[in-house]
Design a protein around this ligand. Structure first.
Ligand SMILES: C[S@@+](CC[C@H](N)C(=O)[O-])C[C@H]1O[C@@H](n2cnc3c(N)ncnc32)[C@H](O)[C@@H]1O
Length: 246
């Protein structure tokens, strides 16, 4: 089930504060068996409860938190582009980690810009470009114009196209999105910078990995615990963006 759907469920869960009342409503007899199974799984998911407890907009926050705690990709003062940012959980994490609100006066203040095809509810400490396609050149120009120096230290992408259910096709579409972001990274990512993108496992992953290896010194595949085992999603983490030869 798509992350956006998980986030919708979280909103519904907040409205109905009593868990038992919610369960009764959720497992309504009008729902199909598949819907009931999905809802039952959501209610057992510890990351959804944690997300609510920490006011994260989505459980996906924990994927980025885990990757960051292991690989140290976000630091105070960093300028970050969050691609496919809605509903905004990764941006929430980035705002905290890069100190974009300047809460830690002893540390450098960073900057976060998030982009999504969907509307993104405003978040203190982040600039959002809603209803924008990251692969569009106008959107890319806007991103560059809002970045304080026109450059970024980190590009994050948890982007995913609407799945068709045809595994190879969905894989190929996400691979194409990653390759398009890699082109953007050539224009905006600083030497030494970091690129993290979601891909769905499949035959073309090695192509993306090879392209990343040409441009980054350190490329690895990561699968945070918060990413469900049964999900085909994995993340490619590329660090130490190479200085470009002109
Ligand atoms: C899994 S959600 C991202 C969740 C987000 N990381 C969070 O923590 O809140 C994937 C998002 O990618 C967005 N997306 C897909 N294709 C896009 C594109 N071409 N440009 C911008 N956003 C895109 C979708 O609209 C969707 O909101």
């Amino acid at each position: 089930m798509a992350t956006a759907a998980v986030c919708v469920l979280q909103k519904a869960n907040k409205v109905v504060n009593s868990r038992s009342l919610y369960v009764t409503r959720a497992l309504d007899k009008n729902r199909t068996a598949a819907e009931q199974k999905w809802l039952a799984r959501q209610m057992k998911d510890p990351y959804i409860k944690e997300a609510q407890a920490h006011n994260y907009r989505c459980r996906s926050a924990f994927k980025l938190l885990e990757i960051d705690s292991k690989h140290h990709i976000l630091h105070p003062g960093h300028h970050v582009i969050d691609c496919g940012a809605a509903p905004g959980a990764w941006s929430q994490v980035a705002v905290e980690k890069v100190n974009s609100l300047g809460r830690d006066s002893a540390a450098r203040a960073g900057f976060v810009v998030g982009v999504d095809l969907l509307n993104i509810t405003p978040l203190d400490g982040a600039v959002f470009l809603s209803n924008s396609d990251i692969t569009d050149s106008d959107t890319q120009r806007k991103i560059i114009s809002v970045l304080p120096s026109g450059k970024a230290d980190v590009i994050l992408s948890d982007m995913a196209p609407n799945a068709t259910g045809i595994r190879d096709l969905d894989h190929q579409r996400l691979v194409n999105m990653c390759l398009s972001l890699l082109e953007l990274s050539q224009r905006v990512l600083l030497p030494g910078g970091t690129f993290l993108c979601k891909v769905w496992d499949g035959s073309e992953i090695s192509l993306v990995r090879d392209r990343l290896r040409q441009r980054f010194q350190d490329v690895r595949t990561v699968k945070p615990k918060a990413s469900r085992m049964e999900s085909a999603e994995i993340y490619l983490l590329a660090k130490m963006h190479k200085q470009q030869k002109h």
